[in-house]
Design a binder for this molecule. Structure first.
Ligand code: PEP
Ligand code: MG
Length: 582
């Protein structure tokens, strides 16, 4: 049995036979063509490009129907690339002038572009190189008349293992047959990871080299919660996971019945459960599970796959769509959290070759330095707020000065809208994420100047423990249960209570069942979580009393290492809801 660990990007546990997709090195039969064949070869290349464009348009339609326009944008970007006159001219002139075969010329040009992206020193752009390889594969497939093992023609359930899955391959996965997948490369922000989450197929990416250990047909377990990929599990592990899977299925059935019930403790204290979303289309994932609204809308994903920056109308339409699905329930729109590894192609003017991007010009800092960008978004949010219960949230605030600047710009935008007679909501609530230790330490001071706090544990853990949240090499050091994290959370909750403002946890910690009794016991009354987690979290909340959760929190706070805290919480959850334990 081999156990490999990667980055968990789409939750769930599945077991099944491996289907290995090769690295697919197309053998290019001829590198050169004779001079008299050049024009025929150019025509052959042009015909292949036409077919490629048709194929991408079909994928675009498919993604748009299945997932919505935002996802289809990935294919619009591919299409734009495939039709790019400069690119086509470059390939055609290699055929004409150097007598390269169309296969060789295409591969040469596209790989050069991919390499440029990979060497830009920015993780987001490096992942875009996958889009170029995707295009290269398509062109070669049409030129060579070969077909990759068609993922769309599966007849029995499999676990797909690949070096990389392109976005188009991921979007066309059949949920009925692809139980889950794991890839050697990829990170949190890759299109593939985002699509896996949207399709709700358990997935682990960034596993590093493991394909040499499998040849196909072996039993594989994908644990999309912990990021583990188990090859050839032994009987005990297999039995454990089969049992877990079965229990998940039974629990899922039972949990469906909870949908109409309120999220409240056994002694009647209301705990709001809201959803985290990246795209407007995901509101359905929230409403289907009875979410109390959207607690975190990561608007930077509006920029995904777009060649041009979204306009005010693009922002406005997306926000209207989300708020329209929620009547009176709140929708917390977080202003752009761009920068670091989230640099869209439309903003390639941003400097990316910095040594510490997570500590660099990102998030609210970036918005404050690019006022046009910031004001465009704020205008759209304020206008959309006239149509529902929208709240504004600033990310990565680290100093009071930064918060005050952001609020001043918001006030300016309100004045502009007023002067221009544009309808908007002046009374929109303004809050901030607490995800930098400095903000947690000064929570009392911040609480006097905002309407709400939302604790972003993903970054708070990263910055407090100095552990890169996406680096598998230090994943064992990234612990939500660390006593320092508990202490910071408690500080923020106390500051909120003292100043009478609500506090939410919107980082992944609140989507993890074992932390729910602790967070409730620490005084949290709102969580914003991955939509699929809502039913099970509701069941935990409905199974505990405030007194019980306070006792759990008190004991957890006496423990001095993360491992002990987490083991204790796991044990307590087992007593409260035995079925939910993984
Ligand atoms: C967080 O940091 O906890 C958070 C919710 O924001 P993101 O994951 O988008 O950085
Ligand atoms: Mg964050």
């Amino acid at each position: 049995m081999l156990v490999r660990r990667g980055i968990a990007v789409s939750p769930g546990v599945v077991t099944g036979p491996a289907l290995v997709l090769g690295i697919e090195d197309f053998r290019i039969p001829k590198r050169f063509v004779s001079v008299d064949a050049v024009e025929t070869e150019v025509t052959r290349f042009q015909a292949a490009i036409n077919e490629v464009c048709n194929e991408i348009s079909d994928n675009e339609r498919l993604a748009s129907d299945q997932l919505g326009a935002q996802y289809a944008a990935i294919f619009s970007a591919h299409l734009q690339m495939a039709r790019d006159p400069k690119l086509l001219e470059e390939i055609e002139s290699l055929i004409r002038e150097k007598c390269f075969s169309p296969e060789f010329a295409s591969s040469r040009v596209l790989r050069r572009y991919a390499k440029i992206f990979q060497n830009l020193g920015n993780r987001y752009l490096a992942e875009r190189a996958a889009d170029i390889f995707d295009l290269e594969k398509r062109i070669l497939r049409h030129l060579l008349g070969e077909r990759r093992e068609e993922l769309t023609n599966l007849t029995e359930p499999v676990i797909v293992l690949a070096h990389n899955l392109t976005p188009s391959e991921t979007a066309s996965l059949q949920k009925d047959f692809v139980l889950g997948f794991a890839t050697e490369v990829g990170g949190h922000t890759s299109h593939t990871a985002i699509l896996a989450g949207a399709l709700e197929i358990p997935a682990v990416v960034g596993v590093s080299q493991f394909l040499a250990d499998v040849s196909g047909g072996e039993t594989i377990i994908i644990d999309g919660n912990s990021g583990e990929v188990i090859i050839d599990p032994d009987e005990a592990t297999l039995a454990h996971y089969r049992d877990t899977e079965q229990r998940f299925r039974n629990v899922a059935k039972r949990l469906q019945l909870l949908r109409p019930l309120r999220s409240e403790t056994r002694d009647g204290t209301r705990i709001q459960l809201m959803g985290n979303i990246e795209f407007p289309e995901e509101v359905e994932h929230c409403t289907q599970r009875g979410a109390d609204g959207v607690g975190l809308y990561r608007t930077e994903f509006l920029y995904l796959g777009q060649q041009a920056e979204p306009t005010e109308e693009d922002h406005f339409n997306a926000y209207r769509k989300v708020v329209g699905a929620f009547d009176e329930r709140p929708v917390v729109i977080r202003t752009l959290d761009l920068g670091a590894d989230k640099i869209p192609t439309s903003m390639s003017y941003l400097q990316t070759d910095v040594s510490n991007p997570a500590l660099g010009l990102r998030s609210i800092r970036l918005s404050l330095r690019n006022l046009l960008l910031f004001k465009t978004q704020l205008r759209a949010i304020l206008r959309a707020a006239a149509h529902g219960e929208i709240r504004i949230m600033f990310p990565l605030v680290a100093s009071l000065m930064e918060l005050r600047q952001a609020k001043m710009i918001l006030a300016d935008v309100m004045e502009d809208l007023q002067e221009q007679d544009v309808p908007f909501n002046r009374d929109v609530a303004v809050g901030m994420m607490v995800e930098v230790p400095a903000a947690a330490i000064l929570a009392d001071e911040f609480a006097r100047e905002v309407d709400f706090f939302s604790i972003g544990t993903n970054d708070l853990i990263q910055y407090t423990l100095a552990v890169d949240r996406a680096d598998p090499l230090v994943a064992n050091l990234y612990r939500a249960g660390d006593p320092s994290i508990l202490r910071l959370i408690q500080k923020v909750v106390d500051a909120g209570r003292k100043n009478n403002i609500p506090v939410t946890v919107c980082g992944q910690m609140s989507s993890d069942p074992k932390f729910i009794p602790l967070l409730v016991g620490m005084g949290l009354r709102q969580m914003s979580v991955t939509p699929h987690a809502i039913p099970e979290l509701k069941e935990i909340i409905r199974s505990i009393t405030i007194e019980q959760s306070e006792q759990i929190a008190e004991h957890a706070k006496t423990l001095d290492v993360a491992r002990d805290v987490e083991n204790f919480l796991r044990g307590e959850l087992k007593k409260i809801c035995p079925d939910l334990i993984v």
